[in-house]
Design a protein around this ligand. Structure first.
Ligand SMILES: [Zn+2]
Ligand SMILES: [Zn+2]
Length: 135
């Protein structure tokens, strides 16, 4: 708990109980939760929690560079605390989102030479190994 608090402080974020809980949840749940799923998971532990608080807290995390929003689905934003560059694979059967490492430098063509790239996202869609084995 203290470590997360210190980490938030180091990144210029006042470590309130709610913020610590939300960041811990993001770290522990790698399935890229939405505002709704974070709210539903923590609502029982933090009686004063609202969806607006969750949303605003995530916004602060993103502004400070310790979390990112991914829009792999058209209609919902998911959140991720793994800040190393990586891609996302979404299984169209079980809807699971899987992280994978990617070497962006190796896949970007020379068309972007001398461009400043500010954000890198790579989304792949398909059927995951588990679903393939079950079908
Ligand atoms: Zn699957
Ligand atoms: Zn991810």
């Amino acid at each position: 708990m203290n470590n997360v608090g210190d980490f938030l402080k180091t990144n210029g974020i006042k470590p309130s109980y709610q913020r610590i809980k939300i960041y811990e949840y993001l770290m522990q749940n790698k399935e890229h939760p939405t505002v709704d799923s974070i709210y539903n998971a923590l609502n029982g532990q933090i009686p004063t929690l609202s969806k607006t608080t969750v949303y605003n807290t995530l916004k602060i995390f993103i502004d400070k560079g310790i979390a990112m929003a991914i829009t792999i689905d058209d209609n919902e934003v998911r959140y991720d605390a793994w800040m190393d560059i990586h891609g996302h694979f979404k299984c169209t059967h079980c809807q699971q989102v899987t992280d994978f490492s990617v070497d962006f430098d190796g896949i970007v063509g020379e068309e972007l030479l001398d461009f400043d790239v500010l954000e890198r996202q790579l989304f792949l869609y398909g059927v995951c190994k588990k679903c393939k084995e079950e079908s």
